[in-house]
Ligand binder design. Structure first.
Ligand SMILES: [Zn+2]
Length: 467
């Protein structure tokens, strides 16, 4: 697990989450995540859709199942076949037609046509059903499980009666421990070598390039490919289609091959979803006589051993008289990506840390010289505008002690989301707290602590805002 950042939010409104997403987006050098997984919260959904419109917003499938148990409890109890039928709608169907037909059959079979929860759930089906979501890369994740395990481990570090200074100290300890675990995991998965079950060129290549976790997964998929049969073949000119099934299963998949490039795509979409080829695709690659190496376009950099290796920076050349603000932004992003990698690599060892610290000081001194030189050629600086309504007043003698916060005029959706148990109990405590310790809540980019202890908000809350 990698913690990219953390923030304390004063309130859980769409505006607050929008700010958080914007800061996170900037911190990630404006790299938009492909997938954002959370439980149902209209405020988070609104913020993500505004700040990261191209990101696929995926609802945590575990929370959705819990909501189903709650709203359809009588159906789950009365019909043994219902859990299986409902589960198939979540995970099984590959084509939209099949999903829609199965949905209608379920409504008919269990007399659920008038069930309002199912109507609302159907309206947002693209956010939870794998029929729609298997085509988007999510590193195999469908739930907020990782985020929640982090929330759980945080409880071992934090207590509700900590003041703000103590909170930050303990929170930093939690993050330090996570970073240490991450370094250890990185070392393990990149340095450990799996023992090959079969010495074949394709597996030898996979072991050379993939980290050990992905190699083990790849090897399992390769083993599955031995059980795959080709049931049909259709030559459609530019593309060829293979109907395949795994021994012991009646389920059929279609592997499409682009004849000119030999690029394959399976209807199960495992590669698109996880970045690892499925057994069906491996079977067809073998049929196409691709036996020595995994083609480059199936190797995701993030799953390889040398993902942390640094490469030399390319120096971009900017034209004279360009848009200076745009150029500053591009330069910042370009430098930021490499410098984060350098810091990550250098912090792995004492030598690396000292080397980077030494050269950083030299660079800082040089940058000061450049700044002085540039300013001597510029007109006197204009005093910066003070934005009173955005200012957070901080006691300069103790930077961790917040002495006042902007009071929000109004909040969007704050009345529509049910208050969690944690929020309700905190509200009572706040009345007797000093104003120097405002109520604060920990927020991650995926989920939040309060949600763990609160019942899941009903789907209808999200539906009204997601359309
Ligand atoms: Zn497949």
């Amino acid at each position: 697990m990698v913690v990219f950042g953390a923030a304390l939010l004063y309130e859980e409104t769409a505006e607050a989450f929008e700010w958080l997403c914007t800061v996170f987006f900037r911190a990630m050098s404006a790299n938009m995540p492909q997938t954002f997984i959370t439980d149902q919260d209209p405020a988070i959904y609104l913020a993500v859709s505004l700040v990261m419109p191209q990101t696929y917003y995926r609802l945590c499938i575990w929370h959705l199942e819990q909501n189903a148990f709650k709203h359809l409890n009588h159906i789950f109890r009365a019909h043994k076949s219902f859990p299986s039928d409902f589960s198939k709608l979540l995970y099984y169907y590959e084509y939209e037609d099949d999903f829609l037909n199965a949905w209608e059959e379920m409504l008919e079979k269990y007399d659920l046509k008038d069930n309002s929860w199912l109507k609302n759930t159907f309206a947002i089906r693209e956010k939870w059903s794998m029929t729609y979501g298997r085509n988007v890369f999510s590193a195999s994740m469908r739930s907020t499980q990782l985020s929640e395990s982090f929330n759980g481990s945080l409880r071992g570090y934090l207590k509700s009666d900590l003041d703000i200074v103590q909170f930050f100290k303990h929170f930093q300890r939690a993050i330090d421990d996570k970073c240490a675990n991450e370094s250890k995991s990185n070392f393990d998965i990149t340095q450990r070598i799996s023992v090959l079950k079969v010495k074949l060129p394709l597996l030898i290549h996979a072991r050379e390039i993939y980290n050990v976790t992905i190699f083990d997964l790849f090897e399992k998929k390769w083993e599955r490919s031995l059980l795959v049969s080709i049931n049909g073949f259709h030559d459609e000119g530019e593309f060829c289609k293979y109907n395949v099934s795994t021994h012991g299963s009646r389920r059929e998949h279609v592997v499409v091959v682009k004849c000119s490039t030999k690029v394959v795509s399976c209807s199960c979409k495992l590669f698109e979803f996880s970045g690892v080829l499925c057994g069906h695709a491996l079977k067809i690659l073998d049929t196409l006589n691709i036996k020595d190496k995994i083609p480059d376009h199936y190797i995701l950099k993030r799953w390889t051993k040398d993902v942390t290796n640094l490469v030399a920076m390319e120096i971009k050349v900017f034209s004279e008289g360009g848009d200076s603000k745009v150029e500053v932004s591009i330069r910042y992003r370009h430098l930021g990506q490499t410098l984060v990698q350098i810091a990550s690599e250098a912090s792995e060892s004492k030598e690396g840390y000292e080397l980077l610290a030494k050269y950083s000081n030299e660079i800082i001194a040089k940058l000061k010289e450049v700044k002085i030189k540039n300013e001597s050629h510029e007109s006197p600086p204009v005093p910066s505008k003070v934005l009173h309504d955005e200012t957070i007043f901080v006691d300069s003698a103790n930077v961790t002690k917040v002495i006042g916060l902007k009071k929000k005029q109004s909040t969007r959706r704050s009345n529509t989301r049910p208050k969690s148990f944690v929020e309700k109990t905190r509200k009572t405590k706040n009345k007797i707290q000093s104003p120097v310790s405002p109520p604060l809540q920990t927020v991650q980019h995926v989920s939040h602590l309060a949600d763990l202890q609160a019942p899941c908000p009903p789907l209808s809350n999200a539906t009204t805002n997601t359309g």
